[in-house]
Ligand binder design. Structure first.
Ligand code: PAF
Length: 274
């Protein structure tokens, strides 16, 4: 695997390829990221991953400074997964001056759910993804379904800016107990790790209630929030939304259930299409 740290080197190396398949990451890689790399591999003529912890998508009180940087292990894992090229710019390379031009996704999509609890998060994500797309110029890019709202926003961004990039959503990789893999799972204590699957179980319980005929979405959401809160979680939201645009559903809409909750100091998210 070739490793490059500058946009110039990246472009030189990519000049010989016509359809890079791209997996952007913030490092601290786990099996979920590697599944994205493996899924990307047959989709292009060169497989490119990036590692960049993007300051713009962290709120001041969030974990930017302590976000795990596991460079050596990440390189080994990417190499083993068949990644051809790793782009790992430092902050000066990607943001040589304050990034004052930013991509602002529409409020109705980006200021709800994750964006409501993490104001500015999707501006940071869209801005860095747009910049990484400009650097890599991929033919296809693979993102995890676990970050459901992020994937939807990136799809819309690519569509509205007419970027010639196919966006592929990859199924969430889960631990044997059902916990969605996430870099932040590493923050969980042993007892929290045992409890963590309850977020996914809460979404499954919501799905079962819907299947059994529940129609009162507010009651469904409130019950799920209460169940988690009683177990010691601090839920931000457990919500039933329309799959197409994440707005409140109308009868007959295809639904997705989305949840975000803190367990101790660790914030976890998950979702389930029903
Ligand atoms: O999902 C992530 O890891 C990040 O939001 C991304 C897409 C790499 C942008 O920093």
């Amino acid at each position: 695997m070739k490793i490059v740290h500058t946009i110039t080197e990246l472009r030189e190396h990519l000049a010989q390829f016509s359809r890079p398949a791209f997996v952007p990451t913030m490092g601290n890689l786990h099996e979920g990221h590697l599944a994205l790399v493996r899924q990307a591999k047959p989709l292009g003529d060169v497989t490119v991953a990036s590692i960049f912890v993007n300051r713009l998508q962290f709120l001041p009180h969030e974990d930017f400074d302590t976000y795990p940087r596991t460079w050596g292990a990440d390189c080994d894992k990417l190499q083993a997964a068949g990644c051809d090229l790793l782009f790992a710019p430092d902050e000066k390379e990607l943001y040589p001056e304050p990034q004052t031009f930013k991509v602002h996704p529409p409020a109705e999509l980006a200021d709800i759910l994750e964006g409501y609890f993490r104001p500015g998060f999707f501006v940071g994500v869209c801005t860095v993804v747009m910049k990484l797309f400009a650097c890599v110029q991929p033919g296809v890019a693979v993102f995890g379904n676990k970050d459901y709202q992020q994937l939807m926003i990136i799809r819309r961004m690519v569509q509205q800016f007419a970027l010639p990039i196919e966006i592929v959503g990859a199924e969430t990789t889960r631990a044997p107990d059902g916990l969605a893999l996430s870099s932040r799972n590493g923050y969980l204590s042993a007892s929290e790790r045992l409890e963590a699957v309850q977020l996914s179980l809460a979404l499954k319980a919501m799905a079962a209630a819907l299947k059994a005929g529940e129609q009162d979405m507010a009651a469904l959401e409130a019950h799920a929030m209460k169940t988690l809160a009683e177990r010691g979680w601090q839920p931000d939201y457990l919500a039933a939304r329309r799959r197409s645009d994440l707005q409140a559903p109308q009868p007959g809409d295809a639904l997705v259930l989305l949840g975000a909750a803190k367990l101790g100091t660790t914030r976890l998210i998950d979702n389930l299409e029903v």
